[in-house]
Design a protein around this ligand. Sequence first.
Ligand SMILES: NC(=O)c1ccc[n+]([C@@H]2O[C@H](COP(=O)([O-])OP(=O)(O)OC[C@H]3O[C@@H](n4cnc5c(N)ncnc54)[C@H](O)[C@@H]3O)[C@@H](O)[C@H]2O)c1
Length: 258
Amino acid sequence: MQFDLSGQTAVVTGSGRGNGRETAKLLAENGANVVVNDLDAEPAETVAASIRDADGNAVAVDADVSDRESVDAMFDVASDEFGTVAILVNNAGIGQGDRFLNEPDGDDFRTNLEVHLFGAINCTRAACGGMVEQGYGKIVNLTSIHTKNGVGMSPQYDVAKFSLLGLTKSLALELGGEGIRVNAVAPGWVNTRLTEGFEPQTREQIIDQNPLGRFGDPEEIAETIAFLCAPASDYVNGHELRVDGGQAPIDTWKHRYD
Ligand SMILES: NC(=O)c1ccc[n+]([C@@H]2O[C@H](COP(=O)([O-])OP(=O)(O)OC[C@H]3O[C@@H](n4cnc5c(N)ncnc54)[C@H](O)[C@@H]3O)[C@@H](O)[C@H]2O)c1
């Protein structure tokens, strides 16, 4: 055990796959009781079962984070099963979007904001009553390399992640006095479902512009999230921690629009 999270109740959204899955598993390995949330029931149940098989505590809840009623019901399950939530990881995310000029009605902007921003708002609202009461809580929001300079390939995603960073900074100010720390982790390009469809040319460009010469792995994102949930980071608040191998600013996305 690297981080002591014994007995703490954690909700990790979108943890049926990718960064969320590795985070749920790592928090459980470090003693947390984990609610494995995902839009898709099956992968969430598989992750929860694998945690239980490893002698951890986990329950799966399929819920759409953008739906406030489903989120409230999920937090009822969390407190009934494990007690007041101490850790919330707002990880659920989508990769939907196209260049601005191809999207005249703005629907993808709404969808991205619904999942990334309002999903985090819904879960934070549901979590923070209990956190305030117990005077203790840790919230980690998954932003992105997109909040470095924007990436441009999907302005809908850029905007949603910048807004989530704004929420992080603002809530860190408001909730710090209640004993609740709010931070963000900004992954670079990571080997998950979100990036598996990248063109070989895009993949090569990313690797060329990365000092470590590779994509990240979801386990590496999970380690940083766990750190921000642990006592080791008790004086870290309102921070966005980049986990991107020092990825250079993306300046070669223009080919996507040619
Ligand atoms: N992979 C990357 O390169 C990368 C880079 C930067 C940031 N991120 C962020 O990391 C987070 C996790 O993404 P990932 O790369 O692991 O992708 P992923 O597709 O592997 O996992 C995302 C999970 O979120 C779930 N999900 C989507 N919408 C949901 C909703 N409304 N309610 C509940 N669950 C929902 C999906 O079903 C999926 O299981 C996202 O916030 C993403 O934006 C990823």
